[in-house]
Design a protein around this ligand. Structure first.
Ligand SMILES: Nc1ncnc2c1ncn2[C@@H]1O[C@H](COP(=O)(O)OP(=O)(O)OP(=O)(O)O)[C@@H](O)[C@H]1O
Ligand SMILES: O=C(O)c1ccc[n+]([C@@H]2O[C@H](COP(=O)([O-])O)[C@@H](O)[C@H]2O)c1
Length: 205
């Protein structure tokens, strides 16, 4: 099986997460996408929604699509093991006979290429990636400008231009909830109702 691993804070999950997942599933002939919420204890980003709420919203969002599955592998990892390198190592053990692809936007390719990820070089050497165009970033140039990326460029970076830019960020949705906006149709209705019911993101920045 070909499996995409889509990591994000999902704080909250948005319609663009679902649309991008479905687009790459179709284009790259993947059998399955694992939605992998990142752990709350991350050194690079402070998350607003607790692990339980973010997980519940992912479950609600993917419930009707049999290609989509939740993985709590990163969220439940011991402290210090919550980085993508370690997560992919564990997933590889869980799925020894399958082909795994880490799914990410071009902004993340830039970060990895800059050397800002934990064990980024080993991560790149050991895995395959599906990279989605974003923010007008030139993905080929990003690869050729970074020794870390270009030295591993043997076909492991599968570049996808989705066709539409379609930007809906979780940050924007959180701001809408906290500042009296109306983000209703930017995320699945079940997640919108969940957020309202639990009063989430009222004090977001
Ligand atoms: N519109 C998009 N096009 C391409 N990639 C995307 C898009 N939205 C998110 N991604 C990718 O999905 C992954 C998870 O992104 P994330 O959920 O952090 O989105 P974000 O919009 O950057 O959210 P936040 O507002 O929380 O920073 C990253 O690899 C990111 O690059
Ligand atoms: O491993 C790292 O060093 C690392 C640093 C930043 C982000 N990540 C992963 O990148 C994915 C997208 O993260 P984010 O911040 O855009 O939600 C998610 O799976 C994170 O675990 C991983």
């Amino acid at each position: 099986m070909k499996i995409g691993v889509y990591g994000s804070s999902f704080d909250p999950i948005t319609n663009v997460h679902l649309w991008t997942a479905s687009t790459i599933c179709h284009r790259k002939k993947l059998d399955k996408i694992l939605f992998l919420p990142s752990a709350k204890e991350r050194r690079d980003k402070s998350l607003q929604g607790g692990d339980e709420h973010r997980t519940e919203m992912v479950k609600l969002a993917i419930a009707d699509d049999p290609r989509f599955e939740l993985s709590t592998e990163e969220m439940n990892a011991p402290i210090g093991q919550q980085y993508t390198y370690y997560t992919m190592q564990r997933l590889k053990k869980q799925y020894p006979d399958d082909e795994l692809y880490f799914v990410m936007g071009a902004d993340i390719l830039v970060d990895i290429g800059n050397g800002s990820w934990v064990k980024g070089e080993k991560l790149v050497e050991e895995h395959q990636f599906i990279v989605m165009a974003r923010d007008g970033i030139d993905m080929l140039k990003t690869i050729s400008a970074s020794p870390l990326l270009r030295n591993a460029d043997d076909g492991r970076f599968h570049l996808v231009d989705k066709g539409l830019a379609m930007e809906i960020s979780s940050t924007y949705i959180r701001q809408e909830f906290s500042r009296g906006g109306e983000p209703r149709y930017l995320l699945p209705e079940s997640c919108y109702q969940y957020i309202m019911r639990h009063g989430l993101y009222q004090d977001s920045e």
